[in-house]
Design a protein around this ligand. Structure first.
Ligand code: FSX
Ligand code: SF4
Ligand code: F3S
Length: 374
């Protein structure tokens, strides 16, 4: 109930009351402005919004899921990323994180939904099972379908957080025994922002909520319902192993010297070329790493149906949108045989040059992640 009593605070007051300094606050505003893809000149506006606007109530439902999304969120390395939702933006109900339980918890949710009808953001984590009357996920004796419909009715917008609520997730894998569906299969009359990833990146959720506070509207979405500023690029477009891909240098096995040296993981099944997410630019754990940097191919965890899209460790057949429409094998053949004309020859020459350059650098022990990013 403490959170409800504090709702009249502004974002800024909450942050300061929590013990952060003004400097921390300004650093956070600068960081989030950049992360949200806004011009640097917007920092002042974000600061003003957070200083003057009242917090936005958030109701956070958990359905069929592994709770990895919450884990990812609360473990965000930038302290204010999680705090801005958990403390600053009045999180009125989350059955996983709140201290209250049972009737107290459910009563607090009902009170908040009533008081903030039409104004709160509903976060949904997990898919919704529909088979057999929805019995495969019940909370406080009610099905996820019923709870979702009730919570969605008074929401200003719904944030489908994680691939389960955005697409159905692993529990929707064939033969989908519980009839799991994503939020937008049930709720049709509310703006739904999909923040996929299994789990998604914490900053994206905070960015969406701050965007809503700043502009009073949801961010621009792509045709799949994802915020463009975070899902506009493929993992492949910002991958630090990309020079190896372009040069036709692929690791053939996980334990090979090439894998350790940073060769491209395409032949080990990497889905980076068909996956839209910010992993390559933001990284995880405050940018420390992401799957590919840890030596593991991207499994496309933010894409619809990634769980049934063929075996994880088999190479993709086709790579769309590469300039040269071809599989990496074909690109490799072109490099070897120089059997193409026009634009392809230019690409070949570039690749051969890059390959030679990388080989030489490897031989000299000079290549490292920093100069690959340059
Ligand atoms: Fe799904 Fe989130 Fe994957 Fe897990 O709750 S997106 S299974 S990380 O946790 O919903
Ligand atoms: Fe990176 Fe994967 Fe693309 Fe290779 S295929 S460059 S490892 S995203
Ligand atoms: Fe997921 Fe691929 Fe990023 S597996 S975490 S989208 S690198």
């Amino acid at each position: 109930m403490k959170k409800i009593l504090q709702r009249d605070e502004t974002f800024y007051e909450s942050i300061i009351n929590k013990g952060y300094s003004r400097r921390d606050f300004l650093k956070f505003a600068t960081y989030m402005t950049a992360f949200m893809g806004l011009e640097h000149s917007m920092v002042g506006q974000l600061v003003k919004t957070m200083e003057t606007k009242k917090r936005i109530p958030v109701i956070w439902e958990h359905f069929q899921e592994c709770t990895g999304c919450s884990e990812s969120f609360i473990k965000s390395d930038h302290p204010l990323v999680a705090d801005v939702i958990l403390d600053t933006i009045s999180l009125d109900y989350t059955d996983t994180l709140m201290a209250a339980a049972g009737h107290n918890a459910e009563g607090a949710k009902q009170a908040s939904m009533k008081e903030n009808y039409g104004k709160y953001i509903l976060v949904v984590e997990g898919a919704i099972p529909t088979k057999d009357g929805g019995v495969y996920c019940t909370i406080a004796g009610r099905t996820a379908v019923e709870i979702l419909k009730e919570s969605a009715a008074g929401a200003a917008a719904i944030l489908a957080f994680g691939s389960c609520s955005a697409w159905g997730g692993v529990q929707a894998a064939s033969p989908n025994p519980t009839g799991s569906v994503p939020v937008d299969a049930i709720i049709k009359d509310k703006p739904i922002i999909k923040v996929p990833g299994c789990p998604p990146i914490s900053e994206v959720m905070t960015g969406v909520v701050l965007h809503y506070a700043l502009f009073g509207s949801i961010p621009e979405l792509d045709s799949e319902g994802r915020p463009k500023q975070f899902y506009g690029k493929r993992v492949h477009d910002s991958c630090y192993r990309r020079p190896y891909f372009d040069a036709g240098l692929y690791a053939e096995s996980f334990d090979s010297e090439e894998a350790k040296k940073g060769y491209c993981l395409y032949k080990l099944g990497c889905r980076g070329p068909v996956t839209y997410n910010s992993c390559g630019t933001t990284g995880w754990n405050n940018g420390v790493s992401f799957p590919i940097k840890s030596g593991y191919p991207c499994i496309g965890c933010s894409e619809n149906n990634f769980w049934d899209n063929g075996p994880f460790y088999e190479r993709l057949e086709n790579i769309p949108g590469m300039g040269i429409e071809a599989t990496a094998d074909k690109i490799g053949k072109i490099v070897l045989g120089a059997a193409a004309g026009g634009a392809a020859i230019h690409a070949v020459a570039t690749n051969i040059f890059k390959k030679k350059e990388i080989d030489e650098n490897i031989a000299m022990g000079e290549i490292n992640e920093q100069n690959l990013n340059e």
